[in-house]
Structures are given as structure tokens and as C-alpha cells.
Design a protein around this ligand. Structure first.
Ligand SMILES: CC(C)(COP(=O)(O)OP(=O)(O)OC[C@H]1O[C@@H](n2cnc3c(N)ncnc32)[C@H](O)[C@@H]1OP(=O)(O)O)[C@@H](O)C(=O)NCCC(=O)NCCS
Length: 163
């Protein structure tokens, strides 16, 4: 039997596969989280790629998109290109739901390693990935440049998926 899953404000959170038709929804949430934001066209381009693996987290019916994850497979590896949860809905397990959904999906596609880059000052993402079994695999010095502040290193984190 299915467990209760994640509920926020009494509404159920669902994990749905995302194709190019979700580009506008994802771009909207992306713009609340990242600067510069990716526009709908760029998100559409990523989702339209045959190697894309993407999910949205939605809240209740009619469904509101509150989070997204986009990965891309190359041979037996998958890179997580972006993941984000609307600030109003964080710390309820939605990030974990999205990342676990992606890993389950790419694992079935014979991916054996998932990796990503994260800023060394991004406590939330570092915590999420460590919790999911990702370990540091290298550092890229001054990888993230942000207007008006010093550049920040990126750490590459990777997790093996068992067959
Ligand atoms: C990273 C992000 C996706 C996490 O989403 P979320 O839905 O809040 O994550 P979850 O609720 O699933 O939390 C996963 C774990 O991280 C922890 N965590 C979440 N936010 C945290 C924070 N700000 N500081 C420390 N730990 C944090 C949670 O407590 C949880 O750990 P636990 O199970 O030990 O309690 C979200 O903070 C976000 O969208 N950040 C901005 C975008 C971003 O940085 N993306 C990653 C770029 S690589």
C-alpha cells in the first residue's frame, strides 16, 4: 500500500514526469529561485533533448508546480543540471522526492553514476546531496561568478547507482 507521502498545508505533493510541455511551469518556478533565470525557450530546449530526464513536484489539484529537477544522460552517466523548490515549500522533503525520483528513473535507463556541481556555500543543496549518498569528487575553483561578490568554488559530487 502507498504511504501517506508528503503533505504540505493539507495538500498532497505529487511527482510527475516532465516533458517539454512543462517548460513554462518550470521556467516560472526557476525564476523565483535562480538569477539569472532560464527562460521558457531554454528550458524547453533542455526538456526536448532525447537524453533529458526531468520531473516536477506538484501540489494538489489543480496542480501547482512547486519544484523541478532536470537531468541529462550521457552514456552510463547522468548529470543533474538543475534542481529547485519554490522557497515557500522548502524543507518538506520535496527536494529529496525530486532527486530520488530522478535517480530511480535513470537507474532504470542503465545509468551507473549520477553527478552534479554545487556551490561550496550552498548549505541546503550540500545537505540534500550528502543525505542522498553523494560524495565530493572534485573542486572547480571560482566556478560561480556573481555580480558584486567574490567568485565561489563548485564541488562536483557523485553517487554510484547499483545495478
Ligand atoms: C536545495 C533545495 C532544492 C532543497 O529543497 P527542499 O525541498 O528544501 O529539500 P528537502 O526538504 O528535501 O531537504 C533535504 C535535506 O536537506 C536539508 N536542508 C534543506 N534545506 C536546508 C538548509 N537551508 N540548510 C541545511 N539543511 C537543509 C533538510 O533538512 C533535509 O535533510 P534531513 O532529511 O536531514 O532533514 C532547495 O533548498 C532549493 O531549491 N534551493 C535553491 C536552488 C538550489 O540551490 N539548487 C541546487 C543547485 S545545485
Amino acid at each position: 500500500m502507498m504511504g501517506p507521502g508528503i503533505m504540505i498545508d493539507g495538500k498532497r505533493v505529487s511527482l510527475l514526469w516532465a516533458g517539454p510541455e512543462r517548460a513554462a511551469d518550470i521556467a516560472r518556478v526557476h525564476s523565483r529561485i535562480f538569477s539569472p533565470a532560464w527562460d521558457e525557450k531554454s528550458v524547453h530546449g533542455l526538456l526536448d533533448h532525447p537524453a533529458a530526464t526531468a520531473f516536477v513536484a506538484t501540489l494538489a489539484v489543480p496542480t501547482e508546480v512547486i519544484g523541478f529537477i532536470i537531468g541529462q544522460i550521457a552514456a552510463d552517466e547522468s548529470e543533474i543540471l538543475t534542481v529547485g523548490v519554490d522557497p515557500a515549500y522548502r524543507k518538506h522533503g520535496v527536494g529529496k522526492l525530486l532527486a530520488e525520483g530522478l535517480m530511480r528513473a535513470v537507474g532504470r535507463a542503465e545509468v551507473r553514476r549520477v553527478y552534479l556541481e554545487v556551490a561550496t556555500d550552498n548549505a541546503a543543496a550540500l545537505h540534500l546531496y550528502s543525505k542522498l549518498g553523494f560524495v565530493p569528487a572534485g573542486v572547480r575553483k571560482a566556478y560561480y561568478t556573481r555580480p558584486g561578490s567574490a567568485p565561489v568554488d563548485a564541488v562536483t559530487m557523485a553517487r554510484a547507482l547499483t545495478a
